[in-house]
Design a protein around this ligand. Structure first.
Ligand code: AMP
Ligand code: TRP
Length: 334
């Protein structure tokens, strides 16, 4: 019985770029969904550090971001026992597979990638890696025969090109790759900037007073919530149009407490904004303190290195088999 159940579990894989510190928006909008997925799927989560260098990176900052991101994801509930976690740059097969796939990908189709068009417009001196980035992403995915690739909507086109490449390769050389499906993250609750609640809370925002980052000092987090923009209505109501600030705080409360919107509004019906903000701050700080505690235990620990050692070993084994199979199919043999 147990064995059958295990055999039925579908495989998923996703990559995370090690750039910047995760915000409360990322946590509520993306990470919590991944924590749910790990119960359902046999999952592989890797740090896409080779993708990060498609644009210039300071070496020390990059190295710090990589370790920080892994520790933070685990602290947020990504369970190393349920997920294979590894660094892309520790697996040479990704780039090798990518080359073989590049030779089966058209210049024209890569030229049509909207993210490439956007990014290359911003800086005329872009690298060749920025252009071939979707093929490296295809190799990340196709190396592991996964069923699903959970990504945000901005990455959908890259999963689609991975599918096209897989189908083309299978046709040309015979069945080699499983063709995966994108699992587009449900829109979910969008967390807005605390200072400008008409804008998404974003790590790149100029005014950091409106953005909560998971590694912010908890006293600072509290202050940011207490000084969140509200309105002059004086009543706790969910009304995005007229009370965007209060509605955003309700959304945060709902997401972290698991209560329904109606119950939250009812609970605070008699409260003034100060009382409600204090309650939101208590909840956010409680959640983030747990994450920070786990993070601090992990960040300089050998445990983190052991997790990565176990992960890379598994990843190498599977991707090496795919790499060897591709070479055979293509005719790269003695
Ligand atoms: P980004 O940090 O913009 O690369 O976002 C990564 C993912 O986090 C997105 O695909 C969204 O699913 C989620 N996300 C980012 N910001 C927010 C936000 N303010 N509210 C909800 N989800 C968000
Ligand atoms: N390109 C993705 C991003 O910027 C990260 C990524 C790299 C990825 N390889 C992947 C996501 C493979 C899913 C599957 O967010």
């Amino acid at each position: 019985m147990k064995r059958d159940e295990k055999m039925e579990k579908k495989k998923m894989l996703t990559g995370l770029q090690p750039t910047g510190v995760i915000t409360l928006g990322n946590y509520i909008g993306a990470i919590k969904q991944m924590v749910d997925y790990q119960e359902k799927y046999d999952s592989i989560i890797f740090i896409a550090d080779m993708h990060a260098i498609t644009i210039p990176q300071d070496p020390e900052t990059l190295a710090n971001n990589i370790r920080q991101l892994i520790a933070l994801y685990i602290a947020c509930g990504i369970d190393p026992k349920k997920n294979t976690i590894f660094l892309q740059s520790e697996n040479p097969y990704h780039a090798n597979i990518s080359w073989m796939l590049e030779c089966n990908t058209y210049f024209g189709e890569l030229s049509r990638m909207t993210q490439f068009k956007d990014k290359s417009k911003k800086n005329a001196n872009f690298s060749a890696g920025l252009f071939t980035y979707p093929v490296l992403m295809a190799s990340d995915i196709l190396a592991y025969d996964v069923d699903y690739v959970p990504v945000g909507i901005d990455q959908k086109q890259h999963v689609e090109i991975a599918r096209d490449i897989a189908i083309r390769f299978n046709k040309k050389y015979g069945e080699t790759f499983k063709v995966p499906e994108p699992l587009i993250r449900a829109e979910g609750t969008k967390i807005m900037d605390l200072q400008s609640p008409d804008k998404k809370m974003s790590k790149s925002s100029e005014n950091q007073k409106g953005v909560i980052r998971l590694l912010d000092d908890t006293a600072v987090i509290r202050k940011k919530i207490m000084s969140a923009t509200t309105d002059s209505m004086g009543k706790i109501n969910f009304d995005i149009e007229n009370q965007p600030g209060i509605s955003n705080l309700i959304n945060i409360y709902v997401s972290l407490s698991g209560m329904s919107k109606e119950d939250v509004v009812e609970k605070f019906a008699e409260s003034n904004y100060g009382t409600f903000k204090t309650a939101v701050a208590d909840l956010v700080v409680e959640e983030i303190e747990k994450i920070q505690k786990r993070y601090n235990d992990l960040i300089n620990s050998e445990e983190l290195d052991r997790i990565l050692d176990v992960g890379i070993e598994k990843a190498l084994k599977t991707s090496r088999e795919k790499y060897e199979l591709m070479k055979q199919k293509i005719g790269l043999r003695r």
